[in-house]
Design a protein around this ligand. Structure first.
Ligand code: URA
Length: 239
């Protein structure tokens, strides 16, 4: 792993801050100063010291799953198959969990990690991380629905949603739409359409912030996030 990524992951600062630290010679690896931020280290094996203090290794895992319908977004369940059942034990034993919930019948992008702080921030309504969905919706849909999403919709429990975006891709017996929401209330998109007298018949999450579901991932497949994608998620919660 790159030294700058290691230090940023261990909470020593943002990627640019740790780069500056490394270049200024404040970091040693196995007791030798290293000024190259791309220097490769073996986490948990090499001794990394920053400002005279050992940077103790904590193992973070970040996965992108293309969630299939029919599994629940939980870590365990006595009756239902969970998203964790789709994941190799070599990742599971690091205590990963899904970042937020997709309904059992919802498909698409689900991040799994053991980075509790990042997960918490990604889900915080204060951070307003946009989530983009593709949906198929039955009922007549038009400009007034776009307006309603924009203004916020009062759900069945009286909650008014934050402004959301609705884009109509195709109308017909079943309409195809894109929806962007900034929060994640229980069944939110289904309940937003329900409040407007329509029904979601298919739902798939395409993106979370700038993190886009890899189109090469088949339903049920997953892969580790790249360094760039982890950085994208970290940036999404900065502010
Ligand atoms: N909104 C929903 O209604 N369901 C999901 O799974 C995600 C968003």
């Amino acid at each position: 792993m790159r030294l700058d990524r290691y230090l940023a992951n261990m909470g020593c600062g943002s990627r640019s801050e740790v780069k500056r630290l490394i270049r200024s010679g404040k970091v040693t690896v196995n007791e030798r100063p290293v000024k190259d931020e791309s220097f490769q280290i073996n986490p948990g094996i090499d001794l990394v010291i920053c400002w005279g203090t050992e940077v103790v290794y904590r193992d973070y895992i970040y996965l992108m799953l293309n969630k299939p319908a029919g599994v629940i977004s939980a870590t365990e369940d006595s009756r239902e198959r969970t998203v964790l059942d789709l994941i190799d034990p070599k990742y599971r034993r690091h205590g990963i969990f899904p970042v937020g919930r997709l309904d059992k019948d919802t498909e698409g992008l689900l991040v799994l990690t053991n980075d509790g702080q990042l997960a918490h921030q990604l889900l915080s309504p204060k951070k307003k991380v946009p989530k983009r969905y593709f949906a198929k919706v039955s009922g007549i849909i038009g400009a007034e629905d776009i307006e309603a999403f924009h203004n916020g919709i009062i759900l069945d429990d009286g909650y008014r949603t934050m402004p959301a975006e609705l884009k109509i891709l195709q109308t017909g017996e079943t309409n195809e739409v894109l929806v962007i929401i900034q929060e994640g209330k229980f069944h939110q998109i289904k309940r937003m359409f329900q409040a407007l007298g329509k029904r979601v018949v298919y739902l798939k999450r395409l993106a979370m912030g700038e993190l886009i579901l890899d189109p090469n991932l088949k339903s049920g497949d997953y892969r580790e996030l790249t360094e760039e994608e982890i950085e994208i998620l970290s940036q999404a919660v900065k502010s």
